[in-house]
Design a protein around this ligand. Structure first.
Ligand code: FCB
Length: 456
């Protein structure tokens, strides 16, 4: 027997995108290059040499895309602002054409009864800001950008995310070297993380001052870390992996400074000279933990790790164990809906952030249109179904989740994977720029209409 699982009244159903992944038009109307333009144009950095030069050509097709959101009955839309369109030098002179572009979109969304949510920083840092996130002066530049944007759009946009996944422009960019600027230097990864958290904390009061009824939060990517056999070494590996993904970011946001065990690990690994790193200045932790209105969470998968040999001298040495192929998406990420429930529950009882919004969740499967134009993406529907039931379960358990934004509205430039990985509920033919709503889009439309879904 099946039951219908109802979501709370006023639950925000949405979908999400990010500027560099969809806009294209990288040289138009005064936009300057971002670090992702530089990175994607560096041979060998992105799969197939793909770049965001054209992407979904949303810069020209935004009217059509807003219509599509409306037609699909999606009530909330999260998008990001391209900082290099608005402040081509990173700070200083404002480019009115950049503001105009977003003004048009915001007006069209409101006219279509769609509530906008803005992400200020989704990784496209102006390349002109020398030293990027490693240079502390970027914090002031971000404050300026937040001020300009919230003054320009705050009369109509009330929902603001400061930074998308600070883990990525720090750890993925500088420890792993897989994201722009793609330098490998673990110490710089921690410095970048520090400045990202500080930039967030500095922006919150600026946005609130400009937009009296704004709701402001930061977005973190989370997922539980599992192991195989619960040996001492394996549990140490889990501790370090979760320390890096969860606690290094959430602890300072919620007033706990950096975790002592992680500081000790970094000293042992030679990444930091001392457990009181030089890049931390008086007052930084107070600023980072400025109270927010919600925590935004992006969830895709869990990770399973086991310790590898030299863990005593290097607590970060561990091996990631992939899930069996049948339960992976095309990204190689395990489909594990229970991990979303666990993540929501843990964040709630450990950090008590108040309101939680899921700002990304979705899956990469490459199904494309048949002759009829129909896209049968049953695996995506199954993925979404499982994850929405996990959200409902968390809500029933008392976790205050007020919204869900599906990643993504349409297939787009998937960072280091280029156009190979398709996360959209709308298929994009990148040669013709034609959009084809997938079966999952119609399925999601029904979920939104009925404010819930069947549990089977
Ligand atoms: C997240 C990013 C988003 C998209 C998804 C698949 O980490 O925030 O832009 O790439 O992953």
């Amino acid at each position: 027997m099946s039951n219908f699982v109802q979501f709370p009244k006023d639950f925000q159903w949405g979908t999400a995108t990010a500027a560099y992944q969809i806009e294209g038009a990288v040289n138009e109307d005064g936009r300057s290059p971002s670090i992702w333009d530089v990175f994607s144009h560096t041979p060998g950095k992105v799969a197939n040499g793909d770049t965001g030069d054209i992407a979904c050509d949303h810069y020209h097709l935004w009217r059509e895309d807003v219509d599509l959101i409306k037609k699909l009955g999606i009530k909330n839309y999260r998008f990001s602002l391209a900082w290099p369109r608005i402040l081509p030098e990173g700070k200083g002179k404002v480019n009115q054409k950049g503001l105009d572009f977003y003004n048009q979109i915001i007006d069209a969304l409101l006219k279509a009864d769609i509530t906008p949510m803005i992400t200020l920083y989704h990784w496209d840092l102006p390349a002109s800001l020398a030293g990027g996130w490693v240079n502390r002066s970027v914090v002031n530049a971000f404050a300026e950008f937040s001020d300009v944007a919230s003054k320009a759009f705050g009369d109509r946009v009330k929902s603001w995310v400061t930074i998308n996944e600070p883990f990525c422009p720090s750890i993925v960019s500088y420890k792993m070297g897989r994201h722009a600027p793609g330098e490998i230097n673990h110490t710089k990864a921690l410095i970048a993380a520090h400045h990202l958290l500080l930039a967030h904390g500095r922006a919150v009061p600026i946005i609130k001052e400009n937009v009296k009824d704004a709701k402001v939060g930061i977005c973190v990517n989370l997922g539980p870390v599992y192991t195989k056999e619960r040996t001492y070494e394996n549990l140490e590996a889990v501790r370090h992996a979760e320390g890096e993904l969860w606690r290094w970011f959430l602890d300072p946001i919620y007033g706990r400074h950096y975790p002592a065990d992680m500081l000790a690990d970094f000293v042992k690994m030679g990444v930091l000279d001392s457990t009181e790193p030089e890049f931390v200045r008086n007052g930084d932790f107070e600023e980072m933990s400025t109270p927010t209105d919600f925590l935004a969470i992006n969830y895709y998968t869990r990770n399973t790790v086991i310790a590898s040999g030299n863990q005593k001298s290097d607590p970060s040495s561990m091996i990631f164990i992939p899930a069996p192929k049948e339960i992976q998406t095309e990204m190689g990420w395990e489909v594990y809906p229970e991990g979303l429930y666990e993540t929501l529950a843990r964040v709630h009882w450990d950090y008590r952030p108040g309101d939680i919004i899921i700002t990304e969740n979705g899956a990469s499967y490459s199904d494309g249109p048949g002759i009829s134009g129909k896209v049968n993406d049953i695996k995506r529907i199954e993925y979404l179904h499982g994850h929405l039931l996990a959200v409902a379960k968390a809500i029933q358990a008392g976790v205050p989740v007020s919204g869900y934004y599906l990643w993504s509205l349409m297939d787009n430039f998937e960072w280091g994977f280029g156009y190979d990985q398709r996360f959209g509920i709308v298929y994009v033919d990148f040669k013709t720029q034609k959009r084809y709503p997938k079966d999952s889009a119609y399925w999601y439309q029904k979920v939104i209409q009925s404010n819930g879904l069947s549990d089977v």
